[in-house]
Design a protein around this ligand. Sequence first.
Ligand code: 7TS
Length: 442
Amino acid sequence: MADQERGLAAIVATLAKTALGEQCDLCDVCRLDANVLRNDFPILDQKVNGGKPLVYLDSAATSQKPRQVIEAMNRYYEFSNANVHRGLYALAERATEIYEGTRAKVAKFINAERTEELVWTKNATEALNLVAHGYGRKFLKAGDEIVVSLMEHHSNLVPWHLLAREKGCVIRAIGLNPDGTLKLEQLDEFLAGGKVKLVALTHVSNVLGTINPIARIGAKVHAAGAVFVVDGCQAVPHLPVDVGSLGADFYAFSAHKMCGPTGLGCLYGRYQLLEKMNAFLGGGEMIEEVRIDGSTYKEPPWRFEAGTPPIAETAGLSAAVDYLNGIGMADIRAHEKELLRYALRKMDGVKGLKIHGPRDIELRSGLISFEFKDIHAHDIAHILDRDAGVAVRAGHHCAQPLMEWLDAPSTARMSVYLYTTFQDIDALLGGLEKVRQRFDAA
Ligand code: 7TS
């Protein structure tokens, strides 16, 4: 069936369901029809494990890519491939335009004041390491305190461990309330001590789904004279993000979680801070002048982009941002809230299932970590895949301190995105029933 016809058929089917009063994918709340959008994601239209339709509920690990993104990268390789910044011919100019044009587009997407505040990295992990090296190693010293939280991904912990070990800094961690929100009064206590120089927190937890009150925290951090680093990996793909109003000094995220390709990350940094920072990696592209006994370096953001960068990937991210803007981030968030509301209600009805994270939909993003008592998360994920074609993540989710707090070696996690439907959630529920039956019978 042609794409257009399939799209039309999906709309008709959805309207028919609405007329019947069923839960629908085309509603006034979110104005987004996941069934139609799915036509842009060829990977979702396949069967796995003996003919079961694939149900992809692992977008928090990486999102799927729409045809528009795949085509933009192919087009780049077919028509514009050249290295950036160094060629004086048409292809090189075109490649540079794509590379720098995407920087401007992404800076605008997160409402940065200046395009030069957006640094390309390999992923969010590298972006956070860049801050630890470029800012931390230069400005932090022995006895300075770095505040993190119990819900951080390892990517927002280990760079600070490495820095603290080298410099003799002290790590302090904000604990969690029983509902999986931050104990903000602990942050106040730490800041009151007067030794905190840097606070590094996630915007959205990749395990609990908690959306942290970043703007409120930013105001406190700045009042205490510290620098605020935000891990926005799970936020930028799912919520409207405005770095200016959040008050983040640094904000890191990955293209691959927002419909873009792997191999490309983004670091927003306030220009006055980027300017003062040391280079991270050294080599071609990032230098001004090189002598045999020393070198000088470019202004940000190019100071931090050594070697041939991911160019095709910026072509892909450019198409991804157009795609997200075409739908609207507010509508994506509204759609995910509806899915979350539906999933939480249904999952509450599954005997023996424990759900982590805040119950208030306004405080959580589109993912749910869960456990069945006495069933290992890997077994849950394996049975969901084999018996229901449902892909979820299982493990410690690169958040071992949080697992310790949850008193769980691992959890299973479902996560949604703009292409997730209510039928996907129903398939998960059917799969969970199979998991329970299998273990009840054993
Ligand atoms: N920070 C958070 C909050 C994340 O969720 C992740 C990846 C990262 C940082 C690192 O991103 P990367 O692109 O540099 O690897 N989170 C996950 C996840 O939850 N499952 O797989 C990857």
